[in-house]
Design a protein around this ligand. Structure first.
Ligand code: GUN
Length: 283
């Protein structure tokens, strides 16, 4: 029997409807939530992501402001833009799209965004709360979306063996902390480029989260029958098609799988909308 295919678009739509209701309530009390998105340079994939974020804002009734900076922008210029947005009381959420081209240090930029407006959840104060087991703040959108999808799937997370492939600041590391945290209670193995015997770690896992950005890497014979497989990767192939990190044939073995596109992506954006509403409520 083939895997159940998660419908990320449907879940995202129900989350966005809930956010829209919250936005309407907040507007009744005189606060009009606004997200500012900073994009540096012309990277076509980043442009698409940013457009999708702005469209989600429109669906939810959140105002959005796009700040476009040239590829040649210096770190000082990007930081000055962020500081201007920090000081603007009409802006509740700030996001600087990654990757930032050139020599700009993304960690420095993330640490300048006000933690209260940090809707990406990348500020050290917000990431640090995860280490302390506090998941009540602004959480990074992709891992938060993955947890939401797993909860929605009905899988038992308590005591489940989860392999997280990738240890990035944006996905893998916060993902691992959230899955291992109290209340979710999975047992997590972090798999990275130096890990030995990745296939057997995957094969023993009840849940696999693939976030490595290498198309079709996870093969059917790496996956336990009935496992829950989350595909965070999204790469464009030579023929123009989008591909995840998981080989499509894994669907013959897994019990549940997220598609690419239409899986984690839309739910990640819905989490950004939720974070923006939370930031506006806390303002
Ligand atoms: N680039 C890829 N994913 C993300 C994300 O979640 N936030 C930002 N700011 N940039 C990204």
């Amino acid at each position: 029997m083939g895997a159940a295919i998660a419908d990320g678009k449907a879940l995202a739509s129900s989350i966005e409807k809930e956010v829209s209701r919250g936005v309407a309530d907040l507007m009744d009390s005189g606060i009009s939530p606004r997200l500012a998105v900073v994009i540096v340079g012309e990277d076509p994939a980043s442009r698409v992501y940013v457009r999708n974020k702005q469209r989600a804002c429109e669906r939810c009734g959140i105002k959005s402001t796009l700040i476009e900076m040239p590829e040649s922008s210096t770190q000082e210029e990007v930081i000055a833009t962020v500081e201007g947005l920090n000081a603007d009381p009409s802006v509740h959420g700030i996001l600087v799209q990654s990757p930032i081209p050139g020599d700009v240090n993304e960690l420095e930029v993330a640490s300048v965004i006000s933690p209260l407006k940090d809707v990406d959840g990348f500020h050290p104060a917000n990431l640090g709360r995860l280490v302390q087991g506090d998941f009540s703040g602004l959480l990074p959108c992709t891992p938060a979306g993955v947890v939401r999808m797993l909860e929605h799937s009905g899988v038992r997370l308590t005591g489940a063996k989860a392999a997280v492939l990738g240890r990035s600041r944006i996905v893998g590391m916060p993902m691992s902390l959230m899955l291992a945290g109290k209340g979710v209670d999975a047992t997590v193995t972090i798999v990275h480029s130096r890990t030995q015997d990745v296939e057997s770690i995957c094969k023993e896992s009840d849940i696999i989260i693939a976030a490595i950005g290498r198309p079709h890497t996870i093969k059917p014979d790496w996956v336990k029958s009935g496992a829950y497989v989350v595909d965070v990767g999204i790469s464009r192939m030579d023929d123009g098609e989008l591909a995840g990190d998981v080989d499509p044939q894994v669907a013959d073995v897994a019990g549940w799988i997220t598609p690419v596109p239409g899986g984690v992506g839309p739910v990640t954006i819905a989490m950004l909308m939720e974070n923006t509403l939370t930031a506006a409520r806390n303002s």
